[in-house]
Structures are given as C-alpha cells and as structure tokens.
Ligand binder design. Structure first.
Ligand SMILES: [Mg+2]
Length: 388
C-alpha cells in the first residue's frame, strides 16, 4: 500500500477557531482521517501538514511509529508547538489507515481494550453560553442562578461531573480570558477571588456534595493568584482545579500550598515536555491531548504517568472525531481518571462525522469500528467549511 494524497479540511465552529481535519488517501482505496491541532493557527498548521505530507507521498502508511520518527527528525530545528501538532495530524490519520487495513479498532493494535466504557465530564459548562446561548438554544446567563441552573442541567442529563470556567453573568455576560490575562498581568485581585467563590458555591449548592466539579483557570493567573483561588475554593471539594503553567517548580509549589487537587499538562507535547513535571510530582491528574501530540506520544505519556502513580485525563474539546480518537486512547492505557466532553457545541457538530459516540449516564461507550470507529463526512465538512 502507498500514500497517494494528503488533504486538510477546516470546519467552522460557533467560536472563532475552526476544527482541523486531515485525510490521507492510499492506492488501495483506504482513507485515514484525523482531527488535529489547534484552530488558532489554522493557516500555519495546515501549511505544515502540506510541507510534511509531500515527503510521505509514495510511502507505505503502515509503519506509523517509524514515519512519526522520520517527521520528528526532519523537523528537529523547528520542533514542538505547531510542528508537533501537524505531525500529530498525519500520524493520527496513519493510525486510522492501519486500523482499517487490519479491520480492528486502533486500541486493539496496541494491547487494548482496557475498558468497555469511559466516564466523561460535561466541559465548558456555562462557558459557551456566555457568547453563544442563543445559537445553542439555551437561556442567557443573566444571574448566578442561571449559572447554577447549568449545573442542574448537567446532572439531569446524567452527568456526574462537569467543568466550568470563571464567568460573569449579566445583561452582557462575559468570561475570563486572554483579554483579562493580557490587561491584568495574570493577577487574582480579591474581588475576582470572591466572585469565583460565589460562582463555584452556587454550582456546588445546586448539585450537592456527590457531583464532581472542576474549574479550569487556564493561563489566567500566575502561581500566587492560583494559590489564592485554590485556597478559597477548598470548602467546595473540587475534583480538580485546572491550570496551564509552564514552570514545573511553580506547579509543585501550587500543589503543596493549598488542598484543591491540580490538573495540568494540556499544552505539553510529547514525553520530553512532560518528564520534568512528573519528576517533580507537579500535578494530581495529567491532562493529555491526543489531537495535539498524536496517539503514540499520548500513549507513551500515559505509560510514563503510570510509572509516577498518576492518571491521565484526555483533553477533548473539538468535534466527535476527536472524541473517538480520545476514546481509543483511554481503551489503550491502564490509568485514566476521566475524559473531557463538550456537550454544548456547534449545532452542526454531529453532522460532520459518520458516527457520534454513545453516551449513557455520563459514560461514553468505547467504539468497536475499525480505525477510530468514525470518519469525517467530507461532504458535510465542505458544507460547513471555515472561511475566516
Ligand atoms: Mg484546560
């Protein structure tokens, strides 16, 4: 079998960034699909897939790890970041080809399944409704009670865990974000800490003590601010506070300075980047993104986490193909805490893939179709093409 073509697709979302997909075609009629990378750099990342893909035309797609290492070595001078994400896009589509060629799910090629179903949490609960309540057909977030009602809705839908961000309900609701971090030097002033306590308090009160609540503060605070927020939230018994922080020592400091468990790592790409965090035991749960670093690296990171007595939580905020890729990871490793799932999403999300995951009582069924168990619907991807 030989690779004959590599194509990328951009699909619009309710947000500013598109979802990115890669299709690799072969002379035996098998097409492998992937969802990959971050839409924030969609022109650069899809361009990188083109640069790398040209060198793979005519090659056998089945030795996936060997082709990954070839791409890694070609790009040593430009390693990490967008390059790693572009390599991931190709590697994931190659795994899909390999699964389809052998007529088995990807996790069966690598020793799974470890499980039949995967617990998921409703992610970005309330968050997407700040800007997109109307398009999602949901009530506007006018008051903190409206935010608490989102938490009730997740429980009514069968979820036993959810994750939110810091939101500001009102006539013009808003959320914490880059703008804030840029204008505020990532500080956490007292009124913001008090607001966060009010929000998490309202959500905790709405769902009672048995539902797991996560708060993602992203990269909006430096270590001192994160410590203040973590301490203030201790009474609410969070499942985790999630933070992106690029210094392992600072995270270790955050973890030891307060009692709210810490989840981090989504921005790390590959074993080399995770290792310093593991050595310092700088997190309680390891965030791992399959779409950003590829399947083999994500699996290796999970296996190294096992050595450090840590469990992983797949980062999964894209389309349903990304859910299928992430479910294949959870079925392929021994150490999973929980997995992310975006329930509020672009209304056309379920149209652009050939399958959607089965969800029951907050658990997704591990798929049993060959490859990822789900393809991109190319016609639908063109219908909803991103033209930004
Ligand atoms: Mg996060």
């Amino acid at each position: 079998m030989k690779i004959t073509a590599i194509e990328t697709f951009k699909v619009r979302t309710i947000g500013r960034m598109p979802w990115l997909f890669c299709a690799i075609r072969t002379d035996e009629g098998i097409t492998g699909y992937s969802e990959f990378g971050s839409g924030a750099l969609h022109m650069g990342i899809t361009g990188l897939v083109g640069d790398l893909g040209r060198r793979l035309i005519g090659q056998d797609p089945l030795p996936v790890d060997k082709l990954y290492m070839d791409m890694y070595r070609w790009t040593r001078s430009e390693s990490g970041g967008a390059t790693a994400m572009a390599i991931a896009g190709i590697e994931l589509a190659l795994w899909d080809i390999k699964g389809k060629f052998h007529d088995v799910p990807v996790y069966r090629l690598v020793g799974g399944p470890f499980r039949e179903k995967q617990r998921v949490y409703w992610s970005h609960l309330a968050t997407y409704r700040v800007r997109s309540a109307e398009i999602l057909g949901k009530p506007k977030l006018r008051t903190m009670e409206d935010v608490a009602n989102c938490a009730r809705e997740a429980v009514d839908a069968g979820y036993t865990a959810f994750k939110t961000n810091i939101v500001f309900p009102g006539e013009n609701p808003s959320m914490i974000g880059n703008m804030f971090a840029g204008s505020n030097d990532q500080n956490a002033p007292t009124d913001l800490v008090r607001h966060t306590v009010e929000q998490i308090g309202a959500m905790r009160q709405a769902v009672g003590p048995d539902i797991d609540i996560c708060l993602d503060i992203n990269y909006n605070f430096k270590t001192e601010g994160a410590i203040n927020i973590g301490r203030a939230l201790e009474p609410f018994d969070l499942f985790w506070m999630e933070i992106d922080n690029q210094d392992p020592e600072s995270l270790a400091q955050l973890k030891s300075a307060q009692r709210t468990p810490i989840c981090t790592g989504e921005q790390l790409l590959g074993l080399r980047q995770y290792q310093p965090y593991f050595r310092r035991h700088a997190m309680d749960t390891v965030k791992v993104d399959v779409q950003w670093q590829g399947f083999s690296q994500a699996k290796k990171v999970a296996e190294l986490a096992e050595v450090y007595e840590l469990n992983i939580a797949p980062h999964n905020y894209n389309s349903q193909l990304s859910s299928f890729q992430s479910l294949n990871l959870t079925a392929a490793v021994s150490n999973v805490r929980i997995m992310e799932s975006d329930v509020d999403s672009s209304p056309w999300r379920d149209e652009i893939t050939t399958q959607v995951p089965e969800i029951e009582n907050g658990f997704m069924t591990i798929p049993d179709g060959p490859g990822w168990g789900c393809d991109l619907d190319e016609k639908a991807a063109k219908k909803y093409a991103f033209e930004g």
